[in-house]
Design a protein around this ligand. Structure first.
Ligand SMILES: [Fe+2]
Length: 459
């Protein structure tokens, strides 16, 4: 690629310079084992926090009993690592069907003859021992599943994604708090502009070199994005409360037709878990009842609520390409970074990830996580709704199976970006794409706004 071409279309980190690809085979095995162990420790925290009766209870029709998630984690690990990569004999072929997410809707799972808590724990332990044995012997190059330990990385991400789902189940369960974590850092950023102008032009979206990226993040491709403005921070509880207090939930003009029908049918008047007490908003958070903190990003809002707020604020939601350009594009080099802060893995100084805290941090809490353009907290805290439908990139190839993402492409699912306080670092990147129904509110989703530039701003 010539210099002129690279300036026009952008580049991403050189494959040889990628931190994972630079590791020796021994260090890659250790790194991978650590990612798997971290996921398992968290699964343990989430399932050991409640008793056996609670583990088999369905706390909401939207969620599986926690014991289903646990055994499903083991079942997927057995399929991909023990059987496919390892070529080993099945441990429990008789339960494959029970833990196939496509066979049974969440609402139907409690009625299945599931493994009990003790059996599920023993099963995931047995699978893990075999998976580690496979990891110690598999060549981590060559085949698409084994190259740079892809399948192991995919399974670590899968477990962490279910851990985030289990965390959402914890938020839905009634009763006293059982999860504990320190408070996130306070605001540490001084005065900054409320919006950042992102210059027009092409940037490289998606990735062709990220070893553990999933099929829907690939391949890297140039995308032209017109100049626009994006909020420096996610929309806060205080800002969202102003919308609710101004009658935003009662005025159809701010809502799409579909959104208004949904709001009306379910009589939604505030973010999920919020309650009005005299002149203040309160919320329930993992069993705690507390005043809604004004400076934190709003969470537990649907796409429809996010869109209505944006219309009320005379703005709009960013497209997925706009979000990614604001997060990754470095105007000094034209390169798309792995994360807003650069190519290095997330640390506690960069972003609120990994259930380190049980809440989003105040806006301005992560000065070291800022993007080259000056946009804050794109990674961590809350998933951010975008206006885009979930679709394959040009040149998309389903891998390793269609059901990972291709079957979800279409107008029924909206893309969310950036991860939440409940997302582990292994399962988030500048290119990572999440998707969900526009009505979903139990997920840890918020948003930020964007807008077109005025003619005067365009110059
Ligand atoms: Fe799954």
């Amino acid at each position: 690629m010539s210099t002129a071409d690279s300036a026009m279309t952008g580049t991403e980190v050189a494959a040889s310079a990628h931190p994972l690809r630079a590791l020796s085979a021994q260090d890659l095995r250790a790194h991978t084992a650590h990612a798997l162990e971290r996921a398992r420790k968290r699964s343990g925290t989430l399932t050991d926090a409640v008793d056996d009766a609670d583990l088999v209870t369905q706390h909401s029709k939207l969620m599986s009993p926690l014991v289903w998630d646990l055994a499903h984690i083991g079942s997927q690990e057995e399929l991909w690592l023990v059987r496919d990569v390892g070529g080993r004999q099945p441990l429990r072929p008789d339960i494959d069907d029970l833990y196939d997410a496509f066979q049974h809707a969440r609402a139907d799972r409690p009625a299945l003859p599931l493994l009990g808590p003790g059996e599920a724990r023993a099963y995931v332990r047995e699978v893990r021992a075999k998976a580690f044995d496979v990891l110690s012997q598999a060549p981590l190059e060559g085949g698409a599943l084994t190259d740079t330990a892809f399948a192991f990385g995919m399974i670590a991400q899968h477990e962490q994604q279910h851990d985030e789902t289990m965390l959402a189940t914890h938020q839905l369960r009634k009763g006293d708090p059982v999860l504990h974590a320190p408070s996130p850092p306070p605001r540490r950023v001084g005065a900054v502009p409320a919006e950042i102008v992102v210059p027009g032009g092409s940037f490289l979206m998606g990735t062709s070199v990220e070893p553990w990226a999933l099929d829907n993040e690939r391949p890297a491709h140039p995308v032209f994005v017109d100049a626009f403005a994006i909020d420096t921070f996610p929309v806060t509880n205080g800002q969202f409360a102003a919308f609710a207090d101004a009658g935003g939930y009662q005025q159809p003009r701010w809502w799409s037709e579909q959104g208004w029908a949904y709001r009306t049918e379910h009589d939604i008047t505030a973010p999920r878990f919020w309650r009005r007490e005299q002149d203040a908003w309160w919320r329930t958070r993992f069993g705690r009842y507390e005043r809604v903190p004004e400076a934190e990003p709003v969470v537990h809002v649907s796409f429809h609520e996010a869109r209505a707020y944006a219309a009320w604020a005379r703005k709009r939601l960013p497209t997925e390409a706009e979000w990614e350009k604001a997060a990754r594009y470095d105007p000094h080099t034209g390169r798309s970074l792995r994360y807003p802060w650069g190519d290095g893995e997330p640390t506690a100084e960069h972003a609120n990830l990994g259930q380190r805290h049980l809440r989003p941090a105040e806006v301005g809490a992560y000065p070291r996580g800022v993007s080259p353009l000056g946009v804050h907290q794109l990674i961590g805290d809350v998933w951010e709704w975008t206006s885009s439908d979930f679709a394959g990139y040009p040149g998309f190839t389903a891998f390793p199976y269609r059901e990972y993402s291709e079957v979800f492409f279409g107008p029924g699912h909206k893309v969310l970006r950036g991860g939440s306080f409940g997302t582990d670092a292994v399962a988030i990147r500048g290119t990572f794409r999440n998707w969900d129904y526009p009505v979903r509110r139990q997920i840890f989703a918020g948003f930020r706004c964007a807008r077109d530039l005025t003619p005067a701003e365009r110059g």
